[in-house]
Design a protein around this ligand. Structure first.
Ligand SMILES: Cc1cc2nc3c(=O)[nH]c(=O)nc-3n(C[C@H](O)[C@H](O)[C@H](O)COP(=O)(O)OP(=O)(O)OC[C@H]3O[C@@H](n4cnc5c(N)ncnc54)[C@H](O)[C@@H]3O)c2cc1C
Length: 440
């Protein structure tokens, strides 16, 4: 089935599934007198809130088919918005019930309790998913993430609240339906947190090289202890946990920087940036690592435009590095332009490798853009409209069919300035601009 149709079906299931459950609820609860319009609206809200909260455990369990269809960054944003909407529906339902004096006080109490728990865990979740908040509030990412894991206990509490509600215990069939949804959440959570982790641990990797590329950039290479590494496409990423006395064990996402043509080694190139990555250079050859992947849906080599444009900021070079290496290894000489924004000239690591690539492929152009060195003889400043117009102009502005695909990867500020620049040049955002965010 075409990806577009699969997406539509998944979205329809997500949004419409509360309706059949509500209809079953409506036909099965025999005490019809309480089926007043206001009460029915409140019940529909409650059922929708419950089902949508359950779905959050599926969305966030890193399912490959969900990633393939939507991309993990979009899913995480959707998850944040939908959790808030679900909680709001539950709170509105509670207010309506208070207003029509429907529930007994214990039930209202347990509902309020469950909602409060969820809200606290959600706030922590938002703190951990939103980069800047973590720093300002001085809460470590891994600590906030750990606490966010407890949402499964709040979900269990909400489940009890739901099946003990008057309307549910009037029908065993309703209890079965609500239990099935809860077990689904629990199943996905257990699979993600326990079963998959055990599977990943059965296929360990070993660090075979630790190389300082330049300044704060490190390349780590891994070999599978079981033979070949898993297959991945250039531009994809994985989650890595390294067992080293100098690092915590949590999984972090990193793009592959190696060429997928290499079947025995995976490399990632990491910039020192915070609590975890600041110590990345302290890992040792021989340290064990666990790698989960591949993830990511952006493969620029699927492009069928006349030219591909890569726009990287700092460590955002890594997915393009993997792609350019793969193009070199497969003699792919299609027209390609790379604009790479760095702060200082010394951050342009692998200069010789890039120069060789340009030698082999006359259709490849590489432009480092240096922001913090007035003596730099190449492009200076930030990647802006002027540079894009000169180095990677849009040839059919505003048209539905265009000749170039633009791929962007970098820090939030860079994406925030490059995206409007491309749009103002007339690049069709929906079809020809592709973004990989290194932040969630
Ligand atoms: C799809 C993707 C691909 C990436 N590829 C690369 C790459 O190739 N090279 C590179 O240098 N960086 C890459 N990153 C960024 C890298 O994952 C973060 O810089 C790193 O996890 C920051 O951790 P920290 O503790 O050092 O920084 P902190 O300063 O503690 O955290 C900074 C921010 O990084 C994010 N973050 C921290 N820990 C985690 C975690 N365990 N899981 C998810 N996000 C986290 C959060 O948004 C956090 O607020 C990628 C990120 C994503 C999402």
């Amino acid at each position: 089935m075409k990806k577009k149709y699969k997406k539509i079906i998944l979205i329809l299931i997500y949004f419409l599934s509360p309706i059949p459950v509500f209809l079953i609820f409506y036909s099965l609860t025999p005490s019809k007198p309480y089926h007043t319009p206001l009460r029915l609206v409140a019940d529909f809200m409650a059922i929708t809130a419950y089902i949508w909260l359950i779905y959050q455990f599926i969305l966030t369990s890193r399912l490959k088919f969900v990633d393939r269809n939507f991309g993990m960054d979009k899913i995480i944003h959707f998850h944040i918005i939908m959790s808030v909407i679900a909680i709001q529906l539950a709170i509105t339902k509670a207010i309506i019930f208070l207003f029509i004096r429907e529930n007994d006080i214990t039930q209202i109490g347990s509902g309020v309790n469950a909602a409060v728990q969820f809200i606290i865990l959600m706030i922590l979740g938002v703190i951990y998913l939103r980069g800047p908040g973590v720093k300002k509030k001085n809460i470590r990412y891994d600590a906030a993430k750990f606490v966010h894991n407890f949402t499964i206990f709040s979900a269990s509490y909400i489940f009890l609240h739901v099946i003990l509600s008057n309307s549910a215990y009037e029908s065993i069939f309703l209890i079965i339906i609500f239990t099935a949804f809860y077990l689904m959440a629990l199943g996905f959570w257990l699979n993600f947190k326990v079963i998959r982790r055990l599977k990943i641990k059965r296929a360990p990797y070993e660090i075979v090289d630790v190389k300082n590329e330049a300044g704060t950039y490190w390349t780590l290479s891994f070999k599978s202890k079981l033979g070949n590494v898993f297959e991945y496409a250039p531009g994809q990423y994985c989650y890595i946990s390294i067992i080293s006395q100098n690092l915590s064990k949590e999984f972090h996402p990193f793009s592959f920087s190696s060429s997928p043509i290499k079947k025995d080694i995976i490399s990632v190139t990491i910039k020192e940036l915070g609590d975890y990555t600041n110590d990345i250079g302290k890992v040792n050859v021989g340290d064990i690592a666990y790698i989960e992947g591949p993830y990511g849906i952006i493969n620029s080599l699927d492009s069928n435009t006349e030219e591909i444009i890569f726009i990287a900021g700092g460590s955002g070079i890594t997915p393009f590095l993997s792609t350019l290496r793969y193009m070199r290894d497969t003699n792919d000489t299609r027209k390609t332009t790379l604009l790479w924004g760095v702060r200082f000239p010394y951050e342009i690591f692998l200069k010789e490798e890039f120069e060789k690539m340009v030698e082999i492929n006359p259709n490849l152009k590489v432009f480092p853009v240096v922001s913090n060195d007035d003596n730099w003889e190449g492009e200076r400043g930030y990647i802006d409209r002027d540079k894009l117009d000169r180095l990677a102009p849009c040839e059919n502005p505003g048209r539905a069919i265009q000749k170039k695909d633009y791929y962007i990867c970098g820090p939030p500020l860079m994406i925030k300035s490059v995206l409007p620049a491309l749009k103002s040049m007339g690049v069709n955002k929906k079809k020809y601009i592709h973004i990989e965010k290194f932040y969630r």
